[in-house]
Ligand binder design. Structure first.
Ligand SMILES: Nc1ncnc2c1ncn2[C@@H]1O[C@H](COP(=O)(O)OP(=O)(O)OP(=O)(O)O)[C@@H](O)[C@H]1O
Length: 267
């Protein structure tokens, strides 16, 4: 069999990826090629159903592609099982739109959950974690401005604070790749700005590669190094954030008949 080579400088290398879900006539992804260098901050931009979540979920193997070739952090996640897959998932952290915290547990316990993949056996209660882990979790909460809330139940925090706990949990994993699926879609504008500022700051401090789905164009242009526009499971543009033009954006949002690259200007 012919081996595909993947450049070492790439954190993510997707080649001709397709994904069809059982029972769905239309593929969710229809031939995605995406090469993401280490330390890049990339936004996936697109309407609901364009394939942003599916793309992100392939990258930590929450989904498997139907066809195509996938390299993440220099490895082939599709070849992994059991312990190897758990170790891989420690390197790839995920921030969710709806935070995915355990509301009845404290903020710090939620952060500590980000390290469960490194421990043997179940843990419940703060004192079940080694002291060094509790200190490290507190440190991550401090980075997102929530050290004072460490022992407060997560369910009593505001949406913006809960998402910051979600980021602290992701950072606690010491990931190399951070995936964020609409991390500010459930937040008010002020909390959104705060969360995106924190994501930008910590990713620079830790040298992370970040791939984030967003739906607000201006926010994406302001925040990202690079923007990839998706429509109907295909990439319709791929540019440095500073070079994105209104015509690019129109390719995502314009009405159905103009799905592909049409030369006319938007109305
Ligand atoms: N588990 C699933 N089973 C069946 N179809 C799915 C599944 N997940 C996604 N899809 C379909 O795949 C397509 C792409 O969905 P995806 O969630 O990736 O889009 P998205 O751009 O992230 O949209 P949203 O912002 O609404 O999550 C959609 O048509 C969706 O209905």
């Amino acid at each position: 069999m012919e081996a595909t080579t993947h450049p070492a400088e790439l954190a993510v290398d997707l080649r001709n990826i397709t994904k069809s879900f059982d029972g769905s006539a239309v593929p969710a992804l229809a031939g995605i090629d995406l090469a993401v260098p280490y330390r890049q901050r990339l936004v996936l931009l697109g309407l609901s159903g364009s394939g942003k979540s599916t793309t992100l979920r392939l990258l930590n193997r929450l989904h498997d592609p139907s066809t195509g070739d996938l390299t993440v952090l220099g490895t082939d996640p599709l070849a992994m099982r059991g312990r190897q897959l758990r170790q891989f998932r420690q390197r790839v952290a995920f921030v969710f739109q709806h935070f995915n915290l355990v509301g009845r547990l404290s903020a710090i316990e939620n952060v500590l959950a980000g390290g469960l993949g490194t421990l043997r056996g179940p843990r419940s209660g703060l004192l079940m974690y080694p002291n060094r882990m509790r200190l490290a979790a507190l440190e991550q909460l401090d980075r997102v401005g929530l050290a004072d809330y460490a022992f407060q139940r997560a369910g009593t925090l505001s949406g913006g604070q809960q998402q910051r706990v979600g980021i602290a949990r992701a950072l606690f994993q010491q990931p190399e790749l951070l995936l964020a699926d609409e991390p500010v879609a459930s937040l008010d504008p002020e909390s959104s700005r705060q969360v995106l500022d924190i994501l930008q700051q910590v990713s620079e401090e830790d040298g992370l590669t970040v791939i984030c789905s967003l739906h607000q164009v201006e926010v994406a242009i302001d925040w990202a190094d690079r923007i990839v526009g998706l429509r109907g499971g295909q990439i319709v543009f791929d540019r440095d954030a500073g070079d994105v033009q209104p015509d690019d954006v129109a390719l995502i949002y314009r009405a159905e008949e103009s799905k592909a690259h049409t030369p006319e200007a938007p109305e």
